[in-house]
Design a protein around this ligand. Structure first.
Ligand code: SF4
Length: 439
């Protein structure tokens, strides 16, 4: 069984904590295959894995599926994976099947407005867009689904019938549940490709990290190994790499949440830490205090920046939320709205640097596009620098002008986003970019 999933025999004598994420997933796969199923269901089987491990895992699944002549139901939020790996794709929205068809054709010739919206808001890797086409609003909770088409509140083609009658799946080779499906006669969405924002070769440094090294215990390997980076005033910089590469540790060192053994971090401005840098984390639900109203959270953040709480409505407006949200608590907001609040809270003290650590990883693709557009407009409007940390190369492509690639605690490559993407110099960078599915 272990041999089938490309694992050595010794793994049978090891405990799960001794294995990497990819190896643990292979063990889980071997266990699922033990009863020789006719169909294997993979529920986001590669979501927690790095892009390179993800590709190996998907190749393995494909090989085993072929060898066993077994069906594979792959559940994923990643359009690239679906496009690249599936013979047939079913698109679900708020508990309903809205479209199905042959492979990538579902996206290329999307008939349902939601499928088309998903396709358009999925950030491309090859170019940067002026504005990511996002679907307005958010996915309704099950209790909010009323009669009629479940997508009607977010659909710009909706009419009265859509709001009263529920469309059923219709069609033969491809099926769609929509009263007014998109046809070839419809004008496609125009997307505007941006010329890459030129990285600033000059300008005033905001913070310079020089030869910083850190390990979490004397016997542990270096979490940061002689790291050098710099961020200039008003510049958008990315750090990409897989989990365990040291990205988050570096961010935590920058804002003083972690100490480091050697090297130094020099801030070129004289201000309290709260006004030097603020951070937005991946999971807004755990980042916001559930006991505080949104207004109270924002008022507290404004006070840290010596600003008045009367600015709460303006702050909410800046992140695209109505002023009445000040009275709500985090649980009454969708994931995307919570992340908007987290961004508002971070920019409230007017920091010179906004650090975003995987800020859109937990969001639906359509909401992700809204947040990326928001971040781009905020940094432009406020003139603050951005340090964007992510494992998602297509996402970082849409936001930054300069990028650092990290691997095993070291910066292995850096340069303008365009240069690193088009002519990566380091083998690891090449591997990272070539592993991105379906882009
Ligand atoms: S049925 Fe109407 S509201 Fe629903 S997706 Fe189609 S056009 Fe939009």
């Amino acid at each position: 069984r272990l041999d089938e999933v490309d694992l050595p025999e010794r793994v049978a004598r090891q405990y799960p904590f001794e294995l990497s994420g990819g190896m643990r997933q292979r063990v889980a796969l071997a266990a699922s295959l033990a009863s020789n199923p006719q169909i294997l269901i993979g529920d986001e089987p590669t979501t927690a894995l790095d892009v390179t491990t993800q590709r190996e895992m998907l190749d393995l699944l494909e090989r085993i599926q072929g060898e066993r002549d077994m069906a594979l139901l792959l559940i994923t939020h990643d359009l690239g994976i679906a496009r690249e790996r599936a013979n047939r794709i079913l698109v679900m929205y708020a508990g309903r099947l809205v479209e199905s068809g042959e492979g990538a054709d579902v996206f290329t010739h999307a008939q349902h407005p939601y499928t088309a919206g998903l396709r358009d808001s999925d950030p491309p890797l090859k170019h940067r867009l002026v504005l990511l086409p996002a679907i307005a609003g958010s996915v309704p909770r099950p209790s909010e689904v009323a009669v009629g088409c479940v997508f009607a509140p977010r659909c710009d083609r909706a009419d009265d019938r859509c709001r009263t009658d529920t469309p059923e799946l219709n069609g033969t080779t491809s099926q769609v549940a929509c009263w007014k499906p998109i046809t070839k006669a419809d004008t496609p969405h125009l997307i505007q490709i941006a010329t890459d924002v030129q990285a600033q070769n000059t300008g005033t440094d905001l913070v310079v990290v020089k030869a910083v090294s850190k390990r979490f215990s004397p016997s542990a390997p270096l979490a940061l190994d002689n790291v050098d980076i710099s961020i200039r005033l008003g510049e958008a910089v990315g750090i990409v790499g897989e989990s365990g590469s040291g990205k988050t540790t570096l961010a935590r060192c920058l804002i003083g949440l972690e100490s480091f053994e050697s090297g130094n971090i020099s801030w070129m401005i004289n201000a309290p830490m709260a006004q030097r840098a603020q951070i937005v984390f991946q999971d807004p639900t755990s980042a916001l205090n559930p006991a505080m109203t949104i207004g109270a959270s924002l008022a507290e953040a404004l006070r840290v920046g010596q600003r008045d709480k009367s600015e709460v409505p303006a702050l909410l407006q800046l992140v695209g939320l109505p002023a009445e949200y000040a009275r709500r608590r985090p649980h009454g907001l969708s994931g995307g709205e919570q992340q908007r609040v987290a961004i508002a809270r971070a920019i409230a003290p007017k920091p010179k640097l906004l650090i975003c650590d995987e800020p859109v990883s937990s969001l639906d693709v359509s909401v992700q596009a809204q947040i990326l557009n928001l971040m781009n407009s905020i940094i432009k409007e406020m003139g603050i620098a951005l340090l964007f940390i992510t494992h998602d190369l297509a996402v970082v492509r849409q936001v930054v002008s300069r990028v650092y690639v990290m691997n095993n605690g070291r910066v292995v490559e850096s340069g303008t986003m365009e240069n690193v993407l088009l002519s990566p110099q380091h083998e690891y960078t090449r591997q990272l970019f070539s592993s991105v599915a379906g882009k």
